[in-house]
Every structure is written in C-alpha cells, then in structure tokens.
Design a protein around this ligand. Structure first.
Ligand code: NAD
Ligand code: MG
Length: 361
C-alpha cells in the first residue's frame, strides 16, 4: 500500500494506492478522522453490476448507515437532471453536514459526486474510490463539475476530497479502450515532468492487454505523484497547473470536431501530444524523440494521426475557441525538453501551417 499526500490551501489529503484496499476502509476512515453519520455511495450502472456486492460486504462491516444511488453509465450523467436527482436522494435520506459522500466509479462519477458534495448544504466531506485508469488523473486535484448543454464542465468547483482510495482490483474488468484512454494521461504526466519515467514507460510497456500488477502500480503511483505535485503547487490553475493541458489543445479540438464519444479522450490526447512534440521540435529546434514516441504509440495501439475527414481549418477554429485561449491566439503547452513544459501563444496562421506540415509529413 502506497500513500501520496496532496497539499492544497483548502485541504491536505492522502491518495492511497494498492490492491484490495476497500477491505481497510474502516481503518482509512479513522486515520483521516472521519466518523460520518451516514454514507451515500454514488455509482453508475456498470460499476454497480460489477462491484456493488463486493463493496457492500465491506460497508456492512463498518457499522455506519449507508445507501447506494445508481446513475446511468457515461458522460450523460454529468447533467443537471442527475445532479438534481442525487440531491433529492441525499435530502430524502436525511444526509446532514457530517455525512459522507462516496464516489465509486470513473471520472464521470468522481466529477458528479464531487460537485454534489461541494454544494450539498454548502459542502460535506467526500471520498473518491476510482475504478478507471483515467480516474488516476480525475480523482486527484479537486476539479469537480457537471456539463451544461453549451459546454463541458461549465458548472463546477474546486473541491478537494478527504481521501482518494485507488484500489487496482477494480481495473481488472476495465475494457482495453478505457485502459488506453487512461494510459494517455499517464504518458502525459511523464512527458511534462519526468524524462526518466518516460524512458521507463517506453522500455517496459509494450502492450496494454496483460499489464503486470507491479507495472500497473508503478505507473499509477508515478502518474498520481506528478499530478499531486502540480496540484499542490497551483490548486486553482493560476500558473503551472496549465501544463496538465499538454496534448489537450489539439486533443479537445479533435474530440469536438469528430463529435464527443467518437474518439476516446485518451486517443485524442495521444494525437495531440504527438502534434505538441512536433511543434516543440520546430519551435525550439531540438529533437525530443518524436519518431521514437510515435512508434511506441503505434505499438500501444494509439492512433497517431488525424483522420483525413477533418480539415485543419476546422481544427484551428476549435483550438481558437478553446476556453484557455486569449485574444484569438492559440495557447499550447510545448516541451523545451522532456519534463520541461512551457506555455506558448501562436497566431492561428502559424498553427495552421504547422498542422498542415505535420499532417503531410
Ligand atoms: P467514466 O466514468 O464514464 O468511465 C468510463 C466507462 O467505464 C463507463 O462506461 C463506466 O461505467 C465504465 N467503468 C468504470 N469502471 C469500470 C470498471 N472497473 N470495469 C468496467 N467498466 C468500468 O469515464 P472516465 O474515462 O473514467 O472519466 C471521464 C470523465 O472524467 C470525463 O467526464 C472528464 O471530463 C472527467 N475528467 C475529469 C478530470 C478532473 O480533473 N476532474 C480530469 C480528467 C477527466
Ligand atoms: Mg485529460
């Protein structure tokens, strides 16, 4: 069992990583000095079908009153309707300010539950028990939100959990596409912070189908450590937290241009990271091992180029409208070196020609 501390101005909390951790839930609660009056577990249909019985066995041993609230699986649950239904369930079950909410699921459940916990009676404690690889990223850092029809994550808060319990036993049932999607964020964490970790990944991870348990634990722990460091430095994204956006400028544009759900977030970010590496090479005149990274991505199963049905004009338009862009310029996270990120603004024309060159090359 490994423990990483996240230290923010609003709260310091542990991220505990290991296997079969939920059997220690009672101990974990007392270590973080939580003695809730009641617990509400929010989960989705898929996770409920797979793991509810196992989780309930543990909950029963704790001796605190609890109930489950199950929402549909997928992004659609980050909605006003689901938020409202969860609030109604919390109220009718008489949760009070000393009750605990538990997010048991992937990033969708974490973001939704966190926002409910942040706003129920002006804020009650919550735990993250992530069940996807992507959630090594989303469960750490306290960004919680639901979507508005006009934009993703538009209604939200910075609200840190009391603990994150990352139990890798839950990853065993995760489909390969979801593993790959989460793995892209692991690679991103390495590229923006730790060249030795990137080398380790390239040397040790050749496919994602049958990952060894120690490998999985190693890269999850490293990914979380990097995320925790960045969040501890800059909780509210006033500076260095923006580096976590590496690969996301083109990645988000691609997801939006193709239509959400047509490409996984991680696959889009993988393509975005290759483009960001290419732009870094061109801008700083150094070779960051672009070809090696591309070959490795192909081996892992990531797409490495933008589908020809999407035009570069379309992508530039989307990148310009990104909520992080300023004055019509396109802001990208580049690498001066592996592990040394830098924010750079470009005008649209420059990005357009770089995109065309990269796609033609
Ligand atoms: P998700 O929660 O929808 O999970 C993906 C799918 O896997 C779902 O269908 C789910 O039911 C299923 N699933 C979950 N656990 C499973 C398991 N153990 N076995 C089998 N199936 C399982 O999505 P996600 O990819 O985990 O997260 C994506 C969400 O995270 C997005 O909404 C994104 O905006 C958000 N996110 C938030 C942050 C943040 O900082 N808050 C960061 C990155 C992403
Ligand atoms: Mg991401």
């Amino acid at each position: 069992m490994k423990e990483i501390k996240v230290q923010t101005t609003s709260r310091t909390y542990p991220v505990i990583i290991g296997k079969n951790l939920i059997s220690h839930l009672s101990n974990i609660l007392s270590n973080i000095e939580l003695a809730p009056t009641k617990m509400m577990v929010i989960t989705d249909e898929t996770v409920s079908t797979l793991f509810r019985d196992r989780f309930e066995r543990e909950l029963k041993t704790i001796g605190i009153d609890y109930f489950f609230h199950v929402v549909p699986s997928g992004e659609k649950s980050k909605s006003f309707e689901t938020y409202y239904e969860c609030m109604t369930a919390a109220l009718t079950n008489h949760l009070d300010r000393r009750s605990l909410m538990i997010a048991f699921g992937g990033g969708v459940i974490g973001d939704l539950t966190g926002f409910i916990a942040a706003t129920y009676m002006r804020g009650i404690p919550f735990l993250q028990i992530p069940t996807t690889l992507l959630a090594h990223d989303s469960a750490v850092g306290g960004k919680v939100a639901i979507n508005h029809p006009l934009g993703k994550n538009m209604i939200g808060a910075f609200y840190q959990p009391h603990a994150v319990i990352y139990d890798i036993q839950f990853l065993e049932t995760l489909p390969i596409d979801e593993i790959r999607s989460g793995f892209a964020e692991v690679v991103k964490h390495g590229l923006i912070k730790d060249p030795l970790f990137v080398d380790w990944l390239v040397q040790h991870v050749h496919h994602l189908q049958q990952l060894k348990e120690e490998q999985l634990l190693t890269f999850i722990e490293k990914g979380i450590t990097i995320k925790a460091e960045i969040v501890s430095e800059d909780e509210k994204e006033l500076g260095t937290r923006a580096f976590l956006n590496f690969g996301h400028t083109l990645g988000h544009a691609l997801e939006a241009a193709l239509g959400y759900g047509r490409i996984s977030h991680g696959d889009a970010v993988a393509i975005g990271m290759l483009f960001a590496l290419y732009v870094s090479n061109q801008t700083f005149g150094i070779d960051l091992g672009y070809e090696r990274m591309k070959e490795w991505f192909q081996k892992i199963g990531f797409p490495t180029s933008v589908h020809s049905s999407i035009s570069s004009e379309q992508l530039c338009e989307r990148m310009k409208n990104d909520k992080k862009s300023v004055n019509n310029e396109i802001r990208m996270v580049l690498l001066e070196n592996i592990g040394t990120p830098k924010l750079v603004n470009f005008d649209e024309k420059t990005i357009y020609s770089l995109l065309q060159q990269w796609r033609g090359g």
